[in-house]
Design a protein around this ligand. Sequence first.
Ligand code: NAD
Length: 480
Amino acid sequence: MKMIVNGKFVDSSDKTVLEIVNPYTGKLYDTVPNASPKDVDLAVTTAHKGYLMWKDVPLVEKVGILKKFLDLVDKNKDDLALTLSCETGKPLSQAYAEIGNIRIGFEGFIEKAKHLYGNVVPFGTEAGQEKTLQLTLREPVGVVACIIPFNFPCDLFDQKVAPALLAGNAVVVKPPHQNPITLIKLVELLLKAGVPKEVVQVITGDGPKTGNSLACHPLVNNITFTGSTAVGIITYLNGAKNLSHTALELGGNDAFIVLEDADIDLAVEEMIWGRMYNNGQVCCASKRFLVQETVKDQFVKKAVERLKKLKVGDPLKKGTDISCLVTEAAAIRVENQIKKVIEQGGKLVLGGNRKGATIYPTLITDIPTSADVATDEEIFGPVVSVIPFKTVADAIKIANSSKFGLSGCVFTKDVTTAFNVVKQLECGGTVINGASFHRSFEMPFGGYKFSGIGTEGVMSTFDAVTKVKTITLKNILKPI
Ligand code: NAD
């Protein structure tokens, strides 16, 4: 498939391509252009022209176009879900859920866009300003570069593209290099729905070549990046060269704290949801299972029984719970991380094996706090790492010992303890009696420390993709 620049499906100017492999079958699925800096420049300069026309299109027209887009997504949902599953390896049921989220996300942003009210300051708040009226209003920033990771490409497309367009910006979408095709199809549908061809561009390519030139482009006014912390830092430095506002949603190593009075069955069910969904490739998945010593054996026994019931196999087959990671290389990385956890003192109770891109559900227990996984090593796969602790204070100390601070959760029947634990956690999102994997479109989502800068969601993204203009009407009051 080709990328879309100025409404045309095009190759890269240097004719290079990226091979997109179905990770489950290992077979070539398609190729996409590996966009050169020249292609990126064309996409961004076209988007800049698009911004100059789109910014003045009335909101009611923009909303009408995006609603048509949502109808087209509904009509094409089978093809979109199949594409997403084949290029990513996610179970088809989960691909359908992600396509279904497009309407939820876009409609949330559409409703909010109608309420981006400005402010009016009362007359005479300071001496000498008795005849002065001061107003604020929001204006688009210009060209928004949307750099998107592989794990939930459509969800993050919704989070970035919907508010940017509704606020009057033009967008350049940079899909993940492993699985870009579903996003090309979504951009095609935006154009079919009536978004002008200058306003939305999609450029495919690898990170160091395409992503890097996009983040460095002087006509990019805003970068919204979701991905790893390492690439986020590079992108932040690149954006700084042009003072592009940069929002970063990065990696995590979330703590899942189980206290001795917890409902263990509930904690185990939430572990399945919060660690196994999307084959364990979730930024805010629970990744460090801190379990109080007195209930550790009980938790491990029940968790293993439940993990054994998961169906591992073909993502397209009905009933599959766990399929494969996004690439075989990603699975090899997780396999090596599992070996390292064991070398560093963990005891393997279940799994640990790999077949192609598939990692079988794995549980490692009795991991010492000195192991890398207990602090900063993010494992992006279906691996439950159990770290025992003695006191609640110990659990908080271990949870906060990570450089990451995306989300965290605690299981206990004591609401006072629950509140005090989440209050102490150094992270952006907290959940009580549920896994930290909780992201609704309405809530602001973002991490502390090395997990990011800023938050995303209906409540907050419009602040990032707009600028505030003040208008002062001096001497507007006069006697009549
Ligand atoms: P990644 O950082 O490898 O890639 C993310 C995007 O950046 C891709 O589009 C990639 O092509 C591009 N890219 C790569 N190098 C680049 C460069 N030098 N300049 C500009 N762009 C470049 O991340 P990934 O492997 O796709 O995603 C997994 C990571 O993302 C995990 O760490 C996960 O925790 C994190 N993540 C965070 C959130 C969140 O909201 N906090 C959500 C999803 C994923």
